[in-house]
Design a protein around this ligand. Structure first.
Ligand SMILES: [Zn+2]
Length: 286
């Protein structure tokens, strides 16, 4: 009996392992020949009050914000950019959406990664645009990666008392992660200019954005929270809740000039409608 009983899971695994792509047990991803950007759906924010953004609901096309998580797959390694709001640990085994504060997410990040053949152990680097709760949700999952972080962000994350704008329990494991403190304004992650962390402080003390040079898509900047609503950019509004509004204004000017110079697209990560139009994993941008 024991023998038969034990053989069933083995057989099931064998069948899953040869299942065609698209099934849960996807084979392990191989390094791509050129940089790829995968966009994951990490849920949405039902903003309870838009007044901190200096925008009235009637000035906005929607009051909802998207939450996006990104996987950069480079020939030399991988990087997660922003880890969502709701941690995978909040999902119940019976399924259904999970919530944290005013965030809702329909599907765990690690499940979305598994569908394209990536496990947390396959991630080389973790980098967060900033420390706020809606960007750090699954940080603990990537504690085995090398954390690329700017000093003031790390300081505030492990400050005492913790900031009410974050969820320390969701990134506590990063304290012991292999950590690279990023000091340069521009930090070239893989050394070939295709994946570059760019300092853009103001929203938080050491907020950063991500520049990507994609062969077919062209250059792209992932905004972090340089803007939240696209109307902030159009109407030139700065939230009242910025760490330093003058720094935000300066960072926005610097990044806008960079966009002009490079011809890069700006993807505003919280832009609900723009995010809905993006291809999601298993599709990718390259
Ligand atoms: Zn945010």
């Amino acid at each position: 009996m024991t023998c038969v009983y034990r053989s069933v899971p083995a057989l099931a695994l064998a069948i899953l392992a040869i299942a065609p792509s698209g099934h849960a047990q996807q084979s392990k991803a191989q390094p791509p020949k050129s940089v790829r950007l995968y966009v994951f759906d990490c849920g949405s924010l039902n903003i309870p009050d838009t007044s901190p953004y200096q925008l009235k609901p009637e000035e906005l096309s929607t009051t909802y914000m998207s939450v996006a998580c990104f996987l950069v797959a480079h020939p030399k390694g991988t990087m997660i950019w922003d880890a969502g709001a709701v941690p995978d640990s909040a999902f119940k085994p019976e399924g259904g959406p999970a919530t944290l504060r005013y965030a809702t997410s329909a599907k765990p990040l690690t499940a979305q990664m598994a569908e394209i053949g990536y496990a947390p152990a396959d991630i080389t680097y973790l980098s967060l645009s900033h420390f706020h709760w809606d960007h750090v949700g699954n940080s603990n999952v990537f504690a085995g990666a090398t954390w690329l972080v700017r000093k003031l962000e790390r300081d505030i994350m492990f400050g005492d008392p913790p900031s009410p704008r974050t969820e320390p329990a969701n990134y506590s494991a990063l304290k012991d992660s292999k950590t690279k403190i990023v000091t340069k304004n521009e930090y070239d992650v893989f050394g070939d200019g295709t994946v570059v962390l760019k300092s853009a402080p103001g929203h938080s003390p050491d907020h950063q954005v991500l520049f990507l040079k994609l062969a077919k898509t062209g250059p792209v900047v992932l905004s972090g929270d340089l803007y939240h609503y696209p109307e902030e950019r159009k109407l030139n509004r700065v939230p009242t809740t910025e760490f330093n509004a003058q720094q935000t204004i300066a960072s926005r000017a610097t990044i806008e000039a960079f966009l002009k110079k490079t011809g890069a697209q700006l993807w505003i990560q919280h832009d609900f409608k723009a995010n809905a139009q993006l291809k999601k994993a298993p599709e990718f941008y390259d």
